[in-house]
Write a protein of this length. Structure first.
Length: 226
């Protein structure tokens, strides 16, 4: 699980705020880059609406940089079994009272990108790894509630925090039980030189050249008495 993204829609909380926590699984979405840019744009001009999450292209017309592609057509998941599992998890969310705001069905053999709201913490789309074109969006009343929801799964790879308040960012970074916390960046972000890795069921080591060399190096102690 790549982890949740928390959007503080009022920065330093100078007025009443609506807080959003989204459990993004974007590695199988071709529009991961446009969604990331959409979140950046939403961060600059809060508040974020669910409509903006469902249709980011409508809110970025004429604003998207030339090197950021438009949202692409649907793509496949790894195999037929994965497709059936994902569709079943979406149906479980429906039966559990969640609202499927977009997608949620198969079209031409592919799962349409799916946005689910009001998904309970015990639903598979909330607490397990979807590995498909599904995103959940839940409103919360406080940063503490968002952190509690994020930490309430057995996974902990990376989490993202979107805010203009450094206090919020640092508080979240200390409290989130994840291997990494990104600020104003989607939790899918990584570079080879960073110590990338998770905690809990998301791993117990770090990737990257420095860490790979260290892991594959056998240390030898030599004691010389002169």
């Amino acid at each position: 699980m790549r982890g949740p993204a928390y959007i503080d829609t009022n920065g330093a909380a100078t007025r009443g705020r609506i807080l959003g926590i989204a459990n993004y699984v974007l590695q199988h979405l071709q529009h991961a880059i446009p969604i990331q840019y959409h979140l950046d744009a939403a961060f600059r001009e809060p508040p974020v609406s669910t409509e903006q999450v469902i249709h980011p292209d409508r809110y970025l017309a004429g604003e998207r940089p030339a090197d950021v592609p438009a949202p692409q057509a649907d793509g496949p998941v790894i195999d037929e079994g994965a497709k059936e599992r994902i569709l079943e998890w979406i149906e479980e969310a429906r039966r559990g009272g969640a609202e499927v705001l977009a997608g949620g069905e198969e079209q031409d053999g592919l799962i349409r990108p799916t946005v689910i709201a009001k998904a309970g913490a015990d639903l598979k789309v909330s607490c397990d790894e979807v590995f498909g074109p599904v995103v959940t969006v839940n409103a919360v009343d406080s940063l503490d509630e968002a952190i509690e929801l994020a930490n309430g799964t057995r996974y902990g790879l990376q989490a993202g925090v979107f805010t203009s308040a450094i206090e919020t960012a640092l508080r979240a970074a200390r409290a989130l039980d994840f291997g990494g916390v990104t600020v104003n960046e989607a939790p899918t972000f990584r570079t080879d030189q960073m110590p990338y890795g998770g905690v809990k069921d998301s791993g117990n080591t770090r990737e990257g050249p420095h860490y790979a060399v260290r892991e594959l190096t056998e240390e030898r102690l030599v004691v010389l008495q002169l």
